[in-house]
Write a protein that binds this ligand. Sequence first.
Ligand code: FES
Length: 318
Amino acid sequence: MPENPVRSVLEGKPFRHPLHPMLVHFPIGLFVISLVLDVASYLGRGSHALVLGALYTMCAGVAMGIVAAVPGFVDWTDIRRDHPAKGIGQWHMGLNILVLLIYGISIIARFATTNPRRTDLPLIFTSVIAICVLMVSGYLGGLMVYDDGIGVGRHRRRGRAPVRTIPLTAAGSADGWVSVPGAELMEDPQTLRLSIDGVIVALAKADGAYYAFQEFCTHRYGPLSEGCLKGGQVTCPWHGSLFDLHTGKVQHGPAKTNINVYDVRLVNGKVSIRVPSDDSINAVRRSRVAGATQERDWKTAAEPAPRPARVDRTPDTR
Ligand code: FES
């Protein structure tokens, strides 16, 4: 299915930059200016121009806040359902809506005010509260970007990121092959994120071929299932490391260590993956995520961890 052009624009793909972080500066700046004008009108000798300036700046802030919310919402719908940032995003969105409601009420009250030369103290206090809520919301937005990598590099990706992690098990498979239900219906390009006995694996279809590889980048554990697929290679969405999907070799950094790639086969229309049981990085993941929820495995893996004794099938060439 071709990509929705409106969605692509809202994700910032034509601009090579996510749209939401670009736009949020406008409402934040306008709301701060509005507060400064309010305080100036209250503390000074009074000025109708300052009062009106605060009101109109606030109106512009609300309008730009609504504009910024649209790509923000689109970015939020692109977060995996089992990703911890999905919940943080809901709080971020809820607080922003609260801020816009507070300013909306303040604007209505200002139009009804009888003192044209000074902004009333309760209205100034309302703006202070709104800005405090905005700061908390901004903190959560920063957490999503800096802690969870949301919005980082997704604008470079063709196709959708995986919406959830599919749990699978190799138990009961005598030869180690694990069938991936529905993989034969994948679009091109598309990636699935699998948890095979607690090991997180990306299964990708690109340029008519299937590839299976470890989910977490060897640089800082960026989610490769959300990376850009092209020419049998995947680009990590976080810092742009490029890996060959046939060999797992690093094509260029910042990563210095190759990724593990796994065997994939298509038999009778069914796609299967084989993850070696002696894969050392799998063993590390198993021990690290044992008993953890899907949310925790992402968090755990995103933290810097001791490097396993053997990570690569192929020697690191860098
Ligand atoms: S985490 Fe992949 S390049 Fe940094």
